[in-house]
Design a protein around this ligand. Structure first.
Ligand code: BV8
Ligand code: ZN
Length: 236
């Protein structure tokens, strides 16, 4: 912990990569935990364009349920510690795999949402996209003003990440002096490749996770514990 605090304190260019684990203490189930989101369903079953084409109603019911759940929770000490860190650092980039919007709610400024945003919709017909925070949705699937069917504004498996976003994340990872990896199992690509990229570019890589992950062997320091408790201690 002391080594991690020292590296964070002295760095001026800090990048943070977060996953579902940072929202766990807020009450949002993670993807691959015991009571994980994927328990009843498998990723390929729901978070893919094929699943949506096959059964848009089922996919929308899953997102409506998740939106309802997320709307009842608040950011935790881990989210807030990253807002504090952003204020302390001259160059700071928060890259998140999460679509729950809790980093926005906590007050983070610069957020690269690699996998999109559960609070935004996109029209399949006219391609317009807009925020929608209604829970529950009056009817699913929701439609666009043009009459076209809407889809959740997230990136599904097999879909490319928003390209401008990915390039920015790569650039930030290359420039980072410290990369903080929080609450991710490191199994989803290309997000996880930012860790290898940062390390290869000379960054000190610190992991915060309650358990060992496939990434743990790649980082310089792996802190074992809940991010809601550890992050505030690391940025104080
Ligand atoms: C793409 C949005 C190419 C939707 C998500 C075979 C091998 C390798 C790769 C692939 C493959 N087959 C396919 C691929 C690529 C695929 C992929 O990586 N698959 C994986 C599963 C193998 N990736 C893609 O498809 C990506 N696109 O590659 O496109 C392309 C290019 C050009 C043109 C066409 C195509 C798109 C991936 C994005 C998928 N969308 N989410 C939605 O949310 O509904 S991914 C989903 O998983 C979420 O975003 C989530 O954030 C993400 C990663 O999971 P984690 O965040 O890590 O969450 P998880 O539950 O796994 O882990 C939680 C961690 O927290 C645990 O480690 C736990 O210990 C820890 N924790 C728990 N509590 C705490 C804690 N830590 C700290 N404190 C706590 N309190
Ligand atoms: Zn439309």
């Amino acid at each position: 912990m002391e080594q991690a605090r020292e590296w964070i304190r002295t760095a001026s260019r800090v990048v943070v990569l977060t996953g579902a684990g940072i929202s766990a203490e807020s009450g949002v189930p993670t993807f691959r935990g015991e009571q994980g989101l994927w328990k009843e369903h498998k990723p390929e079953e729901l978070a893919t364009p094929e699943a949506f084409t096959r059964d848009p109603r089922l996919v929308w019911e899953w997102y409506d349920w998740r939106r309802g759940l997320i709307s009842k929770v608040a950011p935790n000490g881990g989210h807030r510690a990253l807002v504090e860190l952003e204020c302390q650092k001259r160059y700071f980039t928060l890259v998140t795999q999460n679509v729950d919007g809790l980093h926005d709610l906590a007050g983070s400024g610069r957020i690269l949402k690699l996998h999109g945003d559960i609070w935004r919709f996109r029209c399949l017909e006219c391609r317009s996209d807009w925020p929608d925070r209604r829970v529950p949705l009056p009817k699913v699937p929701p439609h666009c003003r043009c009459g076209g069917m809407a889809r959740p504004g997230v990136v599904w498996f097999g879909e490319p990440l928003p390209d401008g976003m990915w390039l920015e994340a790569e650039h930030a990872a290359r420039e980072a002096e410290v990369l903080l990896v929080v609450g991710t199992s490191g199994v989803v690509y290309p997000a996880a490749s930012l860790i290898t990229l940062a390390r290869a570019s000379g960054a000190k890589v610190i992991e915060v996770n309650i358990e060992e992950t496939p990434v743990s062997s790649e980082v310089h320091v792996s802190l074992r514990g809940p991010s809601g408790e550890l992050l505030p201690k690391m940025v104080k």
